[in-house]
Write a protein that binds this ligand. Sequence first.
Ligand code: GLU
Length: 485
Amino acid sequence: MTDPRPRVRFAPSPTGYLHVGGARTALFNYLFARRTGGRFLLRIEDTDRERSSDAMTGQILSAMEWLGLEVDGEPVHQGDGLDRHRADVERLREAGWVWPCFAGQEELAEVRARLREEGRPLRPHEVPGHAGAEAAARLATGEPHALFFRVPDEGATTFDDVVHGPTRVEHAHLDDFVVLRTDGTPVYNLAVVSDDLHMGITHVIRGDDHLSNTPKQVLLYRALGAELPTFVHVPMILGPDGRRLSKRHGATSVEAYREQGILPEALVNFLALLGWSPGDDREVMDLPELVEAFSLARILKKSSVFDPEKLAWLNGRHLQRRPPERLAPVLLELLPEPERGRAAAERERLLAVTELVRGRARTVEAMAAQARPFFTPLASLAFDARAADKHWKVPSEARERLLAVRTVLAESDPYAADTLEPALRAVAERLGIGAGKLFQPLRVALMGSAESPGIFDVLVLLGRRRSLERIDRALEEIGRREAAS
Ligand code: GLU
């Protein structure tokens, strides 16, 4: 008995990076396979030798791995199926489904143009020298030729699509189409059908840019005596301007989002909601939750619009959701040296800093920028010139304020937020200034800039010794600025 579990495949052509549309197709296949206990297979469609590369295959695999879309079994390479593709063409030939075409590109283009004008489909008798005895004679001489599939003259090809419903194409509107080129290479439609049959694919889930190929593929399935898979054509992704998403809308590769500090679970979540919804008002979901909720029936028929704001928002939500132990390594990767090495060596403090900075950030990049000064060595902490000009404007005042803070930090016992906060607020009051006038100069001294997490968190995470050292260094800097003015 055949295995009743679904078998699906993602079939990228390795001619470029994995882009958002491809990743969503992969994801929907993955979710369906995991939801149904089926198999999620990967087929690299590398028959276009000139445009395909191993490097791109590697990129696609690594992007899928990063997204967490684990493939079942080894990837299949379409190029390895060449003999089988040809054997399938031979089966078609034996059953009378193909005709030899001797015409060159140009001649065929002319014929096509004429037929288009006259509103007739391409058929062998429309190509001069391709009918009856003449064609047979040319074939007998061994004249090089491509093989074209013979679309029946009468009737129509129909199939059902889960998203688009029943679809019907009249044969009078369908050209005969090439299955094997003159050089003996199979074309896309033939290779796909041959491979999907060979791999036992039960559901073809792909972008609806392939909807127009489907009638031809359906004809091939039927001519090969095979049952149709279930077709699921997922609507395109549009850019915010309503046009098909492309490079003109900015980054579209998975790799680019990774580099921008987007978490894979956020991108997966975002992609899942492009053209699908869980049927309730949930939005923030991770892969297991998506698997649990997924169904083909809730794929939307309408194209979905790529909204970068929503991705940023989801990323922020996933930054909050991820346990710090799993977030810290990502952050670490984005830190430059020497901060990275120092942070790695102080795991506890790295976790605490991660916890602190994620509350205010929407990307891991932004987190890394905020985390960095916590780990900068004293001697290389740079003071942002604009922040220093603004908050240390009057050197004598800045010095007075920092010295007053210094005394509190040196004496507070314990050195903790609960003791530091009232003591520092009291300092501001004693000096007759608002708390901000005390905290901003301090912030510049501690972090080098006027932007940082809450000042008490900063003080605690730096610790007493580092805070005092940084204040001393700021005081020196203020002295230098004073002397130079
Ligand atoms: N290789 C095709 C593509 O990248 C996909 C073919 C298919 O899914 O049937 O668009």
